[in-house]
Design a protein around this ligand. Structure first.
Ligand SMILES: Cc1cc2nc3c(=O)[nH]c(=O)nc-3n(C[C@H](O)[C@H](O)[C@H](O)COP(=O)(O)OP(=O)(O)OC[C@H]3O[C@@H](n4cnc5c(N)ncnc54)[C@H](O)[C@@H]3O)c2cc1C
Length: 163
């Protein structure tokens, strides 16, 4: 069980989708928090749910931490890696898989940001109302159960995420 073995296996799985570059590691060890840098050992950029699943399986088998990363806007150090491990950056998973306008339901990948989603929704007359003041990803916002200035009228992520 080791991070080194996990990195070796993840390199075989992801190829260039795994970064060990120092600037990339440092970018993923900060976020908007005031805590000092706590960088992961590697950053994975999965492109599908299957890849995310395989990454988590490898990390579980090798006993190393997995840290999700959306847009890195969280303020309390949630996206940092104080014990190292593998950061999973969702920025290559931004697809809108289904848009059921009549039901006001969108099925999206976790990496899409709220502004990107609203840009896509513009023509439908619908909008995604949760606005924490940062252009955060839907996955990160679900994780922090984000709210914001529109929460009194439209609710928080808890009220808007149905699956
Ligand atoms: C200027 C500013 C104002 C803000 N105002 C508010 C406010 O009024 N109300 C409020 O609620 N919040 C507020 N926030 C905080 C904001 O809600 C969070 O920054 C945001 O929800 C985090 O989204 P992110 O995509 O940046 O996630 P990140 O910061 O990247 O990650 C946040 C957490 O989510 C996890 N994560 C990320 N993606 C995934 C995923 N796909 N699956 C599982 N876990 C994942 C990370 O591991 C981490 O623990 C504010 C932030 C800023 C910068």
């Amino acid at each position: 069980m080791s991070v080194t073995r996990a990195i070796h296996r993840l390199t075989s799985l992801l190829g260039e989708g795994l970064s060990l570059s120092k600037p990339v590691l440092e970018d993923h060890g900060r976020s908007e928090t005031y805590f000092p840098l706590a960088a992961p050992d590697a950053v994975a950029f999965p492109k599908s749910t299957e890849e995310v699943s395989a990454i988590v399986k490898i990390c579980a088998e090798e006993g190393c931490a997995v840290i999700g990363f959306g847009a890195g806007t969280s303020l309390e150090g949630q996206a940092q890696a104080p014990f190292g491990g593998i950061c999973v950056d969702f920025s290559k998973m931004k697809a809108i898989r289904r848009l059921a306008q009549e039901d006001m339901v969108a099925v999206v990948e976790a990496g899409i940001t709220r502004e990107e989603l609203n840009e896509e929704l513009r023509a439908t007359g619908l909008f995604f109302p949760v606005d924490p003041g940062a252009n955060a990803s839907l996955g990160g916002m679900a994780s922090t159960r984000a709210s914001g200035t529109t929460a009194v009228r439209y609710g928080t992520m808890r009220d808007n995420v149905i699956g």
